[in-house]
Design a protein around this ligand. Structure first.
Ligand code: SF4
Length: 352
């Protein structure tokens, strides 16, 4: 009986985010692991592999495709209230024990994920774009697993989507290389980065490096992508005042206009001890973000329990601009020119 790896290997084609190495080896630069892969071997993500000198990459399938509000990604300053056709594949370059999508993301890395093969639906890039258009979505989002490791497939979808007037976004851990960001820039409008913590030691415990993620935030912003940053606040892991200040200060140093989402953790996967993050902890994190100078701080995953932290206010005159509960937009008063109706302050974001 074919294994999940056998099945996935048939759903792949030669990729191009790579340099030739010695002999028939290849250096993949789709993410910052920069795996040097010899013939017959796989990269850290397990999804990209060397077949006789060709780098084979995931292609022609999704493991999930749903139409969701863009607020669910979450993006708060990117076409508020619009629908995003959101697709994911399988696999990841990290191994967070608190992953909320672990069955998909840990495919080929955790034997308990073997059943994720049942999610696979073969589909072409054009069929996916047609699906988005039929559903009335204005955005296509690559999410659920780590998009960077399937960037060739995303670029093909986003190229077709752009021809149809759709926008495209990544929901990513931000473990990118400068080369992959440059390759994405012509077709990628928005980049949501998870900033998981502010110590390199903890980043290494989940399979990444802090500086890479910080550099991705800065580079994606410099490339003109609309960047929003999410920190899943896990009590005892990343909720010290010191660490929250470090996160907020770093974001301000890139741009005070970057929205920062502090979201509530719930026990899952291998991180089953501890409790769900309380509204009080989210409020403390948000207070730090605002005090550090961030203009837009949001609290997520506790709809209706975080007061004004689901809304957007003018940073100049504090007028309520967008009123939300959870993923629902009740009112949007941002002007056609992207400003505050009260004081005309320009509000950073993608509004049309
Ligand atoms: S995308 Fe996969 S193969 Fe490529 S560098 Fe990252 S972990 Fe390695």
């Amino acid at each position: 009986m074919p294994t999940l790896a056998d099945r996935l290997d048939t759903l792949s084609q030669p990729g191009w985010l790579a340099n030739a190495g010695e002999g028939q080896s290849i250096e993949c630069y789709a993410c910052a692991h920069r795996c040097r892969i010899k013939p017959g071997q796989r990269g850290v993500c397990k999804m990209r592999f060397n077949r006789e000198g060709d780098l084979m990459v995931p292609w022609g399938y999704v493991a999930a495709a749903n139409v969701d509000p863009i607020e669910k990604k979450p993006f708060m300053h990117f076409l508020p209230g619009a629908d995003a056709l959101t697709f994911g594949m399988l696999g990841c370059n990290f191994h967070c024990d608190f992953c909320q999508n672990w069955v998909s993301s840990q495919a080929l890395r955790d034997p308990a994920s073997e059943g994720s093969g049942a999610y696979i639906q073969e589909i072409s890039a054009q069929e996916l774009v047609d699906y988005a258009l039929r559903a009335g979505a204005q955005i296509i989002a690559s999410s659920y697993n780590e998009p960077l490791i399937t960037s060739e497939w995303a670029i093909e979808i986003f190229r077709l989507a752009r021809q149809e007037g759709l926008r495209s976004v990544y929901v990513s851990n931000g473990f990118a290389t400068p080369e992959v960001l440059n390759a994405l820039q012509p077709v990628l409008d928005g980049y949501k980065v998870d900033l998981k913590c502010m110590t390199d030691e903890k980043y290494r415990s989940v399979g990444g490096r802090l500086q890479v993620v910080l550099d991705t935030i800065k580079q994606a912003h410099a490339l003109g992508m609309w960047v929003e940053v999410v920190t899943l606040i896990i009590p005892g892991f990343n909720d010290s005042n010191e660490e929250l200040w470090d996160s907020a200060r770093y974001l301000v140093s890139v741009s005070a206009d970057i929205p920062w989402h502090v979201t509530s953790f719930y026990p899952t996967y291998k991180h089953l001890e501890g409790e769900r993050t309380s509204a009080e902890i989210l409020q403390r994190a948000a207070d730090i973000g605002q005090e550090a100078g961030l203009k837009y701080v949001y609290a997520g995953n506790l709809p209706g329990h975080v007061g004004s932290l689901e809304n957007t206010y003018c940073p100049n005159c504090q007028t309520l601009l967008i009123r939300r509960t959870g993923f629902s937009v009740h009112e949007n008063r941002i002007t056609n020119s992207g400003g505050c109706p009260q004081c005309a302050e320009s509000i950073a974001g993608v509004w049309h």
